[in-house]
Design a protein around this ligand. Structure first.
Ligand code: CTP
Length: 414
């Protein structure tokens, strides 16, 4: 089967040109190159693909050098790993020397040695990701499908290449769920059995690898689908016993996603939502399991603290100043999540009040202004500023003049 027509149809001209050049320069060096994995799958599915992953049956860095035009930036080459990245305008291609992998123990990164395209495809996660397209020469666009990937694509099936696939690399469990939800596929029966049988091998993965898979899941178009599915397949409870992602969280996450927050803030919100419901001790073990960055750890710790504060905040008699005192300095992501998940009505409105009004309240007077009024720099000035802020929040002062008058009264009383 030849897919050069699909290459023309689904790849932008610049990407096509880059692939042709790689294929023909490799041909001049006497080596064969292939487009592999995700882009081949996407091409057959009729989806645009911007990742150009190329396997070279030979020295990938040498091909990358040969395929770089004099006026282009030099390729970024890692000779030890046999990889190179080529840039052409807006496009980039990742070249890798074909390899075979041996997994010495579950979860560990494999031992790699150079191999053939067949070996390179045989080490991959799912049949639909284990196809290759010949680049260059008269067979340009020929499909190499040794594991039935095309038929599985047609039937919407995710199938591992061998029974120990998830044991070798349990990140494939999370990857598989992403593909399943992204494409609306189903796990083939034996693959699903293997996945459920091998959940315990998630324990063998390093924290960084697990976290990376979460982040890739967050980056999906509809992450709530994959997160829900990870929950029902008991993947979450295998990663951390307290981790739950039910329909309510999914619904709330969808709402956040539609708000189009910047990704870094959005992901912090996602982490808080995921961690919601964990106890403070569980949050610590969860953060350690995934080696979460400090910023995320602080946010999820705030999410837990807010749950503990809910009974206190659920008091209609609290003044805005008291609400501010409790919530000031907490992660906004945690507050946004708590606002949606609090069930106590007054606690919820206290949060909304803080998020939408109190945290934006500013005094008219600055510390410098107070000094100009004769209040010396130091602890007293700090105390007066804080009293002014509380008075402003509670509506007891509302202008610069009233703030100044109150400041002077406080100075006299001090
Ligand atoms: N791969 C694998 N096992 C893994 C990671 C990657 O077999 N644990 C292989 C798959 O063949 C995959 C390719 O490496 O297609 C590239 O990996 P990646 O870029 O993560 O996958 P894509 O299929 O391109 O995924 P996505 O569409 O999510 O970018």
């Amino acid at each position: 089967m030849n897919l050069s027509r699909d290459l023309d149809r689904w790849l932008p001209p610049g990407a096509r040109e880059l692939l042709r050049r790689i294929g023909s320069c490799a041909g001049d060096l006497g080596v064969q190159t292939y487009l592999v994995g995700g882009p081949v799958r996407d091409l057959i599915l009729g989806r645009q693909s911007f990742d150009l992953d190329v396997v070279v049956q030979g020295d990938a860095p040498a091909v990358a050098h040969a395929a770089t035009l004099p006026d282009e930036p030099p390729p970024v080459v890692h000779p030890f790993f046999g990889t190179a990245t080529l840039y052409q305008g807006a496009f980039r291609a990742d070249l890798a020397t074909a390899r075979a992998e041996i997994y010495e123990r579950p979860g560990a990164l494999p031992i790699v040695r150079w191999g053939s395209i067949e070996q390179d495809l045989a080490r991959r996660d799912f049949t639909v990701n284990a196809m290759a397209l010949t680049l260059g020469g008269p067979r340009h666009g020929d499909l190499l499908d040794l594991h039935g990937g095309r038929s599985d694509l047609e039937h919407g099936l995710l199938r591992v290449l061998h029974d120990a696939s998830f044991v070798d690399d349990a990140t494939r469990i999370l990857r598989g769920v992403r593909y399943e939800q992204r494409f609306g596929f189903a796990f083939e029966k034996l693959t699903l059995e293997a996945l459920q049988r091998d959940l315990r091998y998630l324990d063998c993965l390093s924290p960084d690898r697990v976290r990376h898979e979460f982040e890739r899941t967050f980056a999906e178009d509809e992450p709530e689908q994959a997160l829900r599915r990870l929950n029902t397949l008991n993947v979450f409870s295998a990663i951390h016993p307290g981790l739950v992602f039910g329909p309510e969280k999914a619904w709330i996450l969808e709402g956040f996603r539609r708000r189009a927050l910047p990704p870094s803030q959005l992901y912090t919100v996602y982490w808080c939502l995921l961690a919601w419901g964990l106890s403070s001790m569980e949050v610590e073990t969860f953060a350690t399991r995934l080696c979460l960055p400090r910023r995320i750890q602080d946010a999820i710790a705030d999410a837990v603290a807010l749950q503990e504060l809910a009974p206190y905040l659920d008091d209609p008699g609290l003044t805005p100043g008291q609400v501010f005192e409790v919530l000031h300095g907490r992660s906004v992501a945690a507050l946004i999540v708590a606002e949606r998940l609090f069930v106590r009505p007054f606690a919820r409105s206290s949060l909304s009040l803080y998020l939408h009004r109190l945290r934006h309240v500013r005094l008219s007077l600055t510390g410098r202004d107070l000094q100009a009024l004769g209040i010396p720099e130091g602890v007293l000035l700090g105390r007066i500023l804080s009293c002014l802020r509380t008075a402003r929040l509670n509506g007891e002062v509302s202008s610069r003049e009233e703030e100044a008058a109150l400041a002077l009264r406080l100075l006299n009383d001090a």
